[in-house]
Design a protein around this ligand. Structure first.
Ligand SMILES: NC(=O)C1=CN([C@@H]2O[C@H](COP(=O)(O)OP(=O)(O)OC[C@H]3O[C@@H](n4cnc5c(N)ncnc54)[C@H](OP(=O)(O)O)[C@@H]3O)[C@@H](O)[C@H]2O)C=CC1
Ligand SMILES: O=C(CO)COP(=O)(O)O
Length: 357
């Protein structure tokens, strides 16, 4: 049954792309007033006139209580909850414009799955920097916007230390096709959603190259091992990756051509350049920048991440993917689950020259 929600003010959503639009509309479908902010005044007019965001989510009628606006103050002032669906490269700059209209009781919920280039910050860390004392939540999970728009049964995670915030977001978003699970591990939930984009690029590439289902399964499982290793090195709890925001999101993005990161990988696998792959997409694919940032961080901290290292060589230096894959296959043999058998307890030489990765 749909959760009944009460309200005294409106909900704001910043970012009028695919995900911002479906989040805004899911709340508006409950009859609550929602202000969806975007920078493009012409698109605002088009959306309010046609009741559809034709650029990002065509064929998705918008509920009557959703109002698009290009006026950031109007969107924010008096909002009970503010969802932030702004790509990571613009997240801090939009937040800096917003901060003047924010008040301490408002809940700020990031839906963005990326890493800031200069600081290696996740979005909740940027919110904490820019809005000290803010009530912060992170929404993440296997949530392809275009499937939500078709009302496919979907689940997500709201992560926050703030219990009242968690229950309010569960109430606001819950519907017969959308379930919201709770977590207190903000960093783990956010890290899972961010890291999986890297492996979705690899999965798309392997699909374009005609690799089989064994290969895809190996890729996804070793990706989970690698993500967990990275999480532990960053002080995060790898158990969170067993949930929707970890393995759940990894599965959907590594399997679906609706994922933009998968599509970038697919285009690269077809022989397109990175610039071509990204420009044909016309939407944000966070995994490209995340790959760069995580590769640098793993090198700096000496974290064993052979998939990240290999993919980086393919995407950024043009190394042939079959050659990189072959060298990984002949690398030293390793442990399946290193929480069961530590990696350094089982290194056995592989079938060929060992790699330093
Ligand atoms: N789409 C999905 O399925 C999901 C996406 N996410 C995450 O949500 C975040 C947003 O993704 P999504 O909505 O899909 O992205 P889209 O590419 O669909 O849209 C991006 C939106 O951000 C706006 N934008 C870009 N730069 C700026 C800026 N400098 N100032 C203001 N607005 C800006 C764009 O405006 P303009 O049109 O004017 O360029 C556009 O409205 C990403 O981090 C993504 O990982 C999370 C879950 C699912
Ligand atoms: O995060 C997503 C699904 O959960 C969306 O993935 P893409 O950004 O690759 O489309």
């Amino acid at each position: 049954m749909e959760t009944q929600v009460t309200h005294t003010s409106h909900i704001a959503v910043l970012g009028g792309g695919s995900f911002g639009t479906v989040i805004a509309n899911m709340v508006a479908e409950k009859g609550l007033p929602v202000r969806l902010w975007m920078r493009d005044a012409e698109r605002v007019e088009q959306i309010n006139r046609e009741r559809c965001n034709t650029r990002y989510v065509p064929d998705y009628p918008l509920a009557a209580s959703l109002e698009a606006t290009a006026d950031l103050s109007y969107a924010l002032k008096g909002a009970e909850v503010v969802f932030l669906s702004i790509p990571s490269h613009a997240f801090r700059s939009v937040l800096r414009q917003a901060v003047i209209d924010l008040t301490p009781e408002q809940m700020l919920i990031s839906t963005t799955k990326g890493i800031e280039t200069e600081s290696f910050s996740l979005m909740s860390e940027i919110i904490a920097d820019e809005v000290p004392g803010a009530r912060i939540g992170v929404l993440s999970g296997p949530n392809l916007a275009k499937e939500i728009a078709r009302r496919q049964l979907t689940a997500t995670v709201i992560a926050s230390q703030d219990e009242a915030l968690r229950s309010r977001i569960q109430q606001l978003l819950h519907s017969p096709y959308f379930r919201v699970y709770a977590s207190t591990d903000t960093y783990g939930v956010e890290l899972g959603g961010t890291l999986k984009n890297i492996y979705a690029i690899a999965a798309g590439m392997s699909a374009a190259l005609g690799m089989g289902e064994n290969t895809r399964s190996m890729l996804m499982t070793r990706a989970l091992a690698e993500m967990s290793r990275f999480a532990v090195s960053m002080g995060a709890n790898p158990m969170t990756f067993l949930g929707l925001a970890g393995v759940g999101d990894l599965i959907v993005t590594c399997m679906s051509p609706l994922s933009r990161n998968y599509r970038v990988g697919y285009a690269l696998g077809q022989g397109k350049t990175l610039d071509e792959a990204v420009s044909v997409l016309g939407e944000v694919a966070e995994g490209v920048n995340t790959l760069h940032q995580v590769r640098d961080k793993a090198s700096e901290m000496n974290i064993y991440m052979p998939l990240v290292m290999g993919l980086y060589e393919v995407v950024f230096t043009g190394a042939p993917v079959t050659e990189v894959a072959r060298s990984m296959m002949v690398n030293v043999q390793s442990s399946d689950v290193e929480f069961v058998l530590p990696r350094d307890a089982c290194a056995v030489s592989g079938a060929g020259p060992s790699s330093s990765q």
